[in-house]
Design a protein around this ligand. Structure first.
Ligand SMILES: C[S@@+](CC[C@H](N)C(=O)[O-])C[C@H]1O[C@@H](n2cnc3c(N)ncnc32)[C@H](O)[C@@H]1O
Length: 271
């Protein structure tokens, strides 16, 4: 056997040994493995993006001290998102959507951001503290643009929401129960200073409003709406199947979300 043939044989042996070795399991965030109850949401199957999964807050470590107030990752039900946006538009935003920045504080894998980008906002910005989720959201944004679905520029910033300063002009802030009261309180205190004398309406759309009391106690914000928003039948089925498949059943499925909508009126006694 020639030296060349020996080298080729060695190479082939190495390749077949590699093929026999079990494929290295990709390290996913807890809750994203099928054996941990993961089920793909129909939204992802339809649009070829990755926004499914339920990750408990305690598993979302970013090294930031606000990690301990992280509730969980879960993508908003598309029908809930569309319905709260429609509800908000009934309260007559002061400018056309093309002048509004949509800001999702706690953007996760970016499902709400993708949906918002189809409504013609001036820009859509997501702020996500967890770097793995932020990287997934950026990939989703790229896929959305490539599929020509985004009507607005899409940006994802990987940082704590309290480090984010609202952009100039009208803003619609979206929250899908991302954090506990300490973080919301801190944000409200910051906004109280930032928003005084600022041009442009600022509204807050809050889905699964667990910290509603914190907002109610904050001066400068007027509540426009509070109530249950129902999921579409298809979303109710999808979320029920996903949540019923959790190994420890920590989260409950419901056909609606408690929601509220607030407007910053701190600059004026009435609006
Ligand atoms: C329930 S998920 C909502 C995801 C997305 N908004 C949606 O509706 O599809 C909440 C997200 O908020 C993020 N989060 C929690 N605390 C945060 C903070 N202080 N700053 C930025 N993101 C945060 C979590 O990591 C999680 O991805």
């Amino acid at each position: 056997m020639t030296a060349r043939a020996t080298t080729q044989k060695t190479k082939r042996n190495a390749e077949s040994a590699q093929a026999r070795r079990p494929a290295k399991k990709k390290k996913l965030l807890p809750g994203l493995h099928v054996d941990e109850g993961y089920i793909q949401h129909p939204f992802d199957a339809e649009y070829g993006v990755r926004t499914s999964g339920l990750i408990v807050g305690r598993a979302l470590k970013s090294g930031h001290h606000n990690d301990r107030h992280n509730t969980a990752y879960y993508g908003v039900a598309p029908s809930i998102f569309q319905r709260i946006l429609a509800q908000w538009r009934r309260y007559k935003p002061a400018a056309p959507l093309s002048e509004y920045t949509f800001v999702d504080l706690g953007a996760g894998m970016g499902r709400a951001l993708l949906l918002a980008s189809e409504h013609g906002f001036r820009q859509c910005i997501g702020v996500e503290m967890n770097p793995t989720l932020a990287a997934i959201a950026r990939r989703n944004n790229a896929l959305w643009r490539k599929a020509d679905r985004a009507e607005s520029p899409l940006r994802l910033l990987c940082r704590d929401a309290v480090e984010y300063k609202l952009p100039a002009g009208p803003c619609a802030i979206f929250l899908f129960n991302p954090f506990g009261a300490p973080v919301l309180k801190r944000l409200l205190t910051q906004w109280d200073k930032q928003l005084r004398g600022r041009e442009g309406q600022v509204d807050l759309l809050y889905v699964n409003n667990e910290q509603e009391r914190t907002l109610r106690c904050q001066s400068g914000w007027t509540r426009l709406f509070a109530g249950e928003i129902r999921r579409s039948r298809a979303d109710a089925i999808a979320d029920r199947d996903i949540l019923n498949n959790q190994p420890d059943g920590e989260y409950m499925a419901a056909n609606w979300e408690d929601c509220s909508i607030y407007r910053w009126t701190g600059n004026f006694s009435s609006f």
